[in-house]
Design a protein around this ligand. Sequence first.
Ligand code: ADP
Length: 465
Amino acid sequence: MNYSLKAKLSFSYLLVVILSMLFLSIITNIFLEKHFQKYVKQNQEQKNREIVNVINQHYRDNGQWNIDVMETIGVSALENGLIIKIKDVSGKIIWDATAHNNGMCQRIIEHMAQNSGRRYPYIKGDYTKIPYLVKYQERVVGEVQIGSYGPFYLNDNDLAFINTLNKLLIGVGFLAAVFALVIGGIMAKRLSAPISRVGGAAQMIAKGYFAERITEKSNTKEINQLIITINELAQTLAKQEELRKRLTADVAHELRTPAATLQSHLEAMIDGIWEATPQRLQSCHEEIIRINKMIGDLKKLAQYERDSLVLNKEEFDFFELIKRIINNFEREFLNKKISLELIGQEEMIYGDKDKLSQVIINLLSNALKYTSSAGKVEVSISSSQDKTLQIAIKDNGQGISPEDLPYIFERFYRADKSRNRATGGSGIGLTIVKTIVEAHQGRIEVQSDLQEGSCFIVSLPKQNY
Ligand code: ADP
């Protein structure tokens, strides 16, 4: 089931409040109960002792039991909810509250049972009589029994206090819950509103409006990050879309020209307007070669993109590999009178030898293609901190303009939009280079100035298992 952010956030706030209040109530009640029971017991005991002391005092003053005084004390105790019985040493009853007013005594006992039951319904209480001795000149002269309801008896004040406290806790809990709902709602609204707007803009982008950008600013870090990412995504999609359109146009254009030439040449020969001379057939053959080269490049790119995840890694000396490739290129560089120099020494690397040699071949053939005769190309290999290998291929050729520089690694991108036939490029070489380098967890960078030359720097981790 799907819930809105608002509902989820409000519910979480409420849950936190309810749980905290529950926890707080349990802790408070456990602690309070313990101390409260102790206080109630002490209070009761103190009251009992006070009565016994008064009785003791009277006996001491008179040296004998004074029934009238004992009755006064007993009645006043009864009015305060205490049921007492006074006996002399022989067991003879001096004064007994139940004999004096049995009805009232029963009511007091019932009230005690009620109070106790209200607070501790799960504890079965009993009416008990606690005996206290009355002494005169170190002799026991009698006994006072004070009725009590056990294990703990709460008087009305005690009960009122504990109930008020619990009501207070419930009140605070309720207020906190309302607060949580309100704050949760506000927070959720503040969070969900920009997300909804971002979602709306993202939907427009998803529908193909790649020019759409989110201008929303949020003070939530994650939302801002989301906005940046979606904007970047839109930009990438827009670029991809542009490349796709360009690819279609490029492929159509590339294939149309040789196909149209072929068609007209062949038609002229079939109609007998042209004689099928070896030169004319040669020209048709060249066009077919061009078409085939382009199809071959496309196939190669598709294969590299598919295979880029499968690397046949081995340990080898990259310097040695570059030296061999340079040897194979020597003739072509000599023909164009471009000097080619290799700087470096043995550098071991763990990688896919075939794919990495394709990287060097593509970069070197570009340097050869885009450098005019009598130019200079320098290849250098070095390692930094024993972890990364760097290969730089530097030429002093035509260079790349700053507008083209960000796109040269995109497939079919050619800075030379007139598709100079002399270079014969199809805009795929650098895409293949980047795919291979990134599959090795490496990086490729380029520095270039128009008419000054370019420098391609490939960084590769030496040990990448
Ligand atoms: P291409 O087959 O056209 O050479 P690449 O993908 O290898 O395709 O290169 C893409 C574009 O980058 C080229 O068309 C060219 O404009 C530019 N480029 C690549 N290497 C160089 C270089 N060394 N000097 C100048 N421009 C270059």
